[in-house]
Design a protein around this ligand. Structure first.
Ligand code: SF4
Length: 346
């Protein structure tokens, strides 16, 4: 087939008109969605399975995003409160976050960095040089976490250059990437990308995935390319009303992940990002879901349910609790069926 006859490659949906044309939004909602798009970008890559309601709910904008609640914040997890140099967050002593780019392949409607993502592109050379200088002068930092935006939107060449520069810092022991690319744009997990990640420092990759339908055959193949290269894979999931806030959906997701050699790592309680109230649910509901999963799922499929304390105070596990004092020096322990037992440890 000549290039002239070849059908055009599918492209990402980025405008309200794209959504209306694809039947993902009603023409009558144009006005509200245009207001949403002015505040929070739209981008839906072609690889995502749009026949899945759980996938659509994460990425198709809704007029509910115009409902900004008093408790919501521009910087819900306090990145800016711990930013010693541009592009770097240093919240915990032994690790630092490198905001390698603000670009994402998909703009998730619940994103906790939604006020920032898409604003600028990759970290400039000058800012990366400042980050390197800070890391060199901070030997207590052992781990650098590439996040964004989505760092795997950077070219393999750029990633390779950044990684090789970090490898020259003796105190660093491990690199971590947080990315949605293997599920939202699996075609970008190329041999060149995998090769770029292979250097002196071990790379751990944490994929962001929220619904079992995101593991398409193409995504599974991308995950296989990564595990075959010896890259350990973890996952993080945001607990989202209307997407995955029930034990059945999460059980299906976590089972699929361990079958792909991905260890479920964190289940995040949704952050107080602006215009995301329709995704949030009470902590007690999240705890009840986790309690149900404890009895159903193997330990290797259990993530830790965590809350990022607003204001930059860090991330903590939020239960459910299985242990409480009995008031007489012993303990009451709750089993996976929620029956309570007395336990004396001394
Ligand atoms: S890919 Fe990550 S950083 Fe980008 S919009 Fe989605 S949640 Fe936010």
């Amino acid at each position: 087939m000549t290039d002239a006859l070849r059908p055009p490659a599918p492209r990402a949906l980025t405008t309200v008109e794209d959504l209306v044309r694809k039947g993902l939004a009603k023409a009558a909602d144009r006005g509200a969605l245009t207001a949403v798009a002015a505040a929070f970008r739209i981008r839906i890559p072609p690889a995502l399975p749009l026949d899945s309601a759980g996938v659509r709910a994460q990425i198709v904008p809704s007029s509910a995003e115009l409902d900004i609640r008093p408790e919501e914040r521009i910087d819900p997890i306090g990145d800016d409160a711990h930013r010693p140099v541009p592009g770097l967050t240093h919240r915990y002593p032994d690790r630092a976050i490198l905001h390698a780019t603000q670009t994402c392949e998909v703009y998730c409607r619940f994103c906790f960095r939604r006020e920032k993502v898409g604003d600028t592109g990759a970290l400039s050379d000058a800012d990366f040089a400042s980050a390197l200088a800070y890391l060199r002068a901070s030997p207590q930092i052992r781990e650098v976490i590439f996040t964004g935006g989505d760092p795997l939107t950077l070219s393999p060449r750029r990633l390779s250059a950044m990684l090789r520069a970090l490898e020259a810092i003796p105190a660093l022991e491990v690199i971590r990437f947080h990315s949605r690319i293997p599920v939202v744009a699996p075609e970008k997990v190329t041999e060149a990308l995998v090769a770029a990640l292979d250097g002196r420092l071990p790379v751990w990759l944490v994929i962001h995935i929220n619904h079992p339908d995101e593991i398409t055959p193409e995504a599974a193949a991308a995950l296989r390319r990564l595990t075959r290269a010896g890259i350990p894979l973890l996952s993080q999931t945001v607990l989202l009303k209307g997407v995955n806030a029930d034990a059945d959906t999460l059980e299906a997701l976590f089972r699929k992940l361990i079958a792909q050699r991905v260890k479920p790592y964190y289940l995040h309680h949704p952050d107080l990002a602006k215009g995301t109230g329709h995704f949030r649910l009470p902590l007690a509901e999240g705890q009840a879901i986790m309690a149900a999963l404890r009895g159903r799922l193997s330990g290797i499929a259990q993530p830790t349910y965590v809350l990022d304390i607003p204001g930059g105070h860090g991330k903590v596990p939020v239960g459910p609790d299985y242990l409480e004092p009995d008031g007489q020096g012993g303990w009451i322990v709750t089993d996976p069926n929620r029956n309570r037992h007395s336990y004396k440890d001394l």
